[in-house]
Design a protein around this ligand. Structure first.
Ligand code: SF4
Length: 329
């Protein structure tokens, strides 16, 4: 799809044509299943300084926590016992967990449970990514956040847009199923940036892409800015589905935080994944990447799938873009 075609869809106030087209592409290329991924947010420590995120290192108002190996394994077990076959281990960029710590967590999960492991633990050395993959990690999620290099570098002091893109290449070369994503409505984002987010996503051609509206967190430099739009997020999901066809696309927590029916609406706009959160209650409220973050439960995921007339699937749901052999080590 060309940029001007996307702009035409975006300016269409009805939007129904766009959502219907995305839904039919989803049905043809991805089928009717809604894949479930269980998330554990195991640490909210972070050494970075992202202007939009409540976990940023300089935020002294947040209560920090780290989960032990035993605690993490116990949550993974509860996810596994529910029949879910993908776990997503998520944290801030927390180097307290060394390369060997993360490898140990991965290999113990792979030894005890027959399930896919996705890591979402930020920027590390290339050697770390290699070691995690060798230890058994199947997928890695790291978002590019915005296609505007200027905006990226402004909102991420100490980090570089080019390094972020390079990491995606590196992960791909190590055989990970690669996930990325961006935010809709970041302060300073233009309509051109919005379209370029889709164009960049298509160029990266990831196995998974997650997007959500920007939501402010009051203790950050962007705490007083307005939130991103739900309808623009749904349009972005639809455009991604039409352009990327076989990528897994989740209906995200940020979407449901701004709209009670966000999960169902996401599924009807091209999404095919939901990621319920299994972080223990005592830690859950401390993972404040933005304010008023909702919790997606397995029950709410089941309800959204039912409301959207879709079939819930707890299986691994590997990338449909690649051949099975790619994942064999
Ligand atoms: S977005 Fe990620 S890397 Fe940035 S401050 Fe938040 S947790 Fe840390």
């Amino acid at each position: 799809m060309k940029k001007n075609e996307m702009l035409e869809y975006l300016s269409d106030r009805e939007n129904d044509t766009l959502f219907r087209l995305a839904d039919s592409v989803r049905k043809e290329y991805m089928g009717n299943k809604v894949y479930i991924r269980g998330i554990v947010e195991f640490s909210n420590y972070c050494c970075r300084n992202c202007f939009y995120c409540g976990l940023r290192g300089p935020n002294s108002k947040i209560q920090r926590y780290r989960m032990s190996l035993e605690e993490i394994l116990s949550v993974v077990q509860s996810i596994y016992e529910k029949g879910i076959r993908t776990v997503v281990l998520q944290s801030g960029d927390d180097y307290y967990y060394s390369r060997s710590d993360i490898c140990k967590i991965i290999s113990l999960i792979k030894k005890k449970f027959d399930m896919a492991v996705t890591l979402s633990i930020g920027e590390r050395e290339n050697e770390d990514y290699k070691a995690f993959r060798d230890a058994g990690a199947d997928r890695y999620l790291i978002k590019f956040e915005t296609s505007s290099k200027k905006l990226y570098n402004k909102l991420h002091p100490g980090q570089q847009f080019n390094r972020r893109l390079k990491i995606l290449d590196v992960l791909n070369s190590y055989g990970y199923q690669v996930g990325t994503g961006f935010m809709v409505g970041l302060p300073g984002e233009t309509m051109e940036d919005f379209i370029n987010n889709i164009v960049l996503a298509k160029k990266i051609d990831p196995d998974m892409i997650g997007i959500g509206p920007f939501i402010p967190q009051k203790d950050t430099p962007l705490g007083n800015y307005g939130k991103g739009s739900v309808i623009n997020t749904l349009k972005a999901i639809a455009l991604l589905r039409i352009n990327l066809k076989r990528a897994h696309i989740p209906a995200t927590t940020a979407l449901v935080t701004l709209d009670d029916r966000g999960l169902e609406k996401g599924l009807r706009s091209g999404a095919n994944v939901i990621m319920p959160d299994f972080t223990p209650d005592k830690e859950k409220s401390k993972y404040v990447i933005y304010d008023n973050k909702r919790r997606i439960t397995l029950e709410s995921a089941k309800k959204a799938a039912k409301d959207a007339n879709r079939e819930l699937s707890l299986e691994r749901g590997d990338s449909l873009k690649r051949k099975e052999a790619v994942y064999e080590r």
